[in-house]
Design a protein around this ligand. Structure first.
Ligand code: SAM
Length: 326
């Protein structure tokens, strides 16, 4: 029988991400007034190195999402953010009519403990309610079958599941998820924190979840075997967040095969050095490089060489292959 491993620390990783993103936003790396409103602990000031890393991470995910939304045909489109934590991509899309689509339904999934914190935070921030198409608490939250509060508004569904259990994930999506609609699945720093068989299950589930052309984007750590990789793995393990699947898929090539063997027909992957210097908007790169002085170039390239973005797609329609920013 499957025993649930301790989850508290991996749940806490959402806070690290949120604090760093809020810190970036404050310094003007990217526009995100929302994360700061959702976290209780005052965001601490991170280092320029961390800011640049988070900027490229957020920018890579945002560009992929935008390409998907811009290219998917009219008539319904879905984004499913798996292990969303305190991510605020929904609000970023919603705030700008250039980015938003009226036929978009956006899903977020996370552990019940994380989701309930996020929902409490959103409940306290009435200024965010119009973006969720509601004006009262009654409209904002709905009780799930297990009695937990979820958000199930017109365009946004924030639901809870332990995604390692596919049946739980499948059931959680029973809040209007449509298998016949082009869907982009996001797993930003999520799969690496679970055993590879569980991540495999999610990749496989996502590929089968729709009959429409769809894509999946992931961002996480890689290359655990070189000197820097060993230090990275050790540091995270000591903090209680072991990279559980990094040794089973220790390279970008291995990750690519992982997706191609699980229902995805095309897959591109690149490390963050390449993404930063070739695939992100270079005028933006120039702009953010002026925000803070950073001279740890060797460390910067080492870190970025240990993170990657992978975009997998499936479906006959040519547009879905073209969403990859790689
Ligand atoms: N994707 C968000 C971001 O990048 O800002 C949060 C990343 S955080 C490092 C990892 C998130 O995945 C946490 O919120 C954690 O609770 C969630 N997570 C990890 N394993 C999960 C599981 N088995 N079921 C549901 N959520 C999970």
């Amino acid at each position: 029988a499957f025993r649930r491993p301790p989850e508290e620390t991996v749940q806490c990783t959402h806070l690290d991400a949120a604090m760093a993103k809020a810190s970036c936003a404050k310094l003007g790396y990217f526009h995100d007034p929302y994360t700061d409103q959702l976290i209780r602990s005052r965001s601490t000031h991170s280092s320029p190195l961390i800011h640049r890393g988070y900027w490229s991470r957020v920018e890579a995910i945002r560009s992929t999402v935008l390409r998907f939304l811009q290219r998917a045909p009219a008539g319904g489109v879905q984004v499913v953010n798996l292990g969303a934590g305190f991510d605020t991509l929904y609000f970023w899309l919603r705030e700008d009519p250039q980015r938003w689509r009226e036929d978009l339904v956006y899903f977020e999934v996370d552990f019940p403990e994380v989701l309930s914190k996020k929902i409490s935070a959103i409940s306290r921030r009435q200024n965010l309610w119009p973006m969720l198409d509601v004006t009262s608490m009654e409209e904002l939250t709905t009780r799930s079958s297990t009695g937990l509060r979820e958000i199930r508004t017109k365009h946004c569904r924030m639901v809870q599941a332990d995604m390692r259990i596919t049946s739980e994930l499948q059931q959680a999506m029973d809040v209007g998820f449509r298998p016949d609609v082009p869907t982009l699945f996001i797993a930003e720093c999520v799969l690496v924190y679970m055993q590879s068989m569980h991540g495999d299950g999610i990749i496989d589930w996502a590929a089968k979840a729709t009959t429409a052309p769809s894509a999946m984007v992931i961002y996480e750590q890689t290359n655990p075997h070189d000197r820097f990789g060993k230090v990275m793995v050790k540091n995270l393990a000591e903090r209680g967040c072991p990279l559980l699947s990094v040794f089973d898929y220790p390279s970008m090539e291995a990750q690519k095969t992982r997706f191609l063997e699980r229902g995805w027909s095309k897959c591109s992957v690149a490390d963050m050095n390449e993404i930063y210097s070739r695939h992100l908007d270079q005028s933006e790169v120039e702009r953010i490089q002026k925000l803070e002085l950073m001279d740890e170039f060797e460390e910067w390239h080492l870190i970025q060489g240990h993170y990657f973005v992978l975009v997998a797609s499936k479906g006959e329609d040519g547009w879905v292959q073209s969403v990859s920013l790689l």
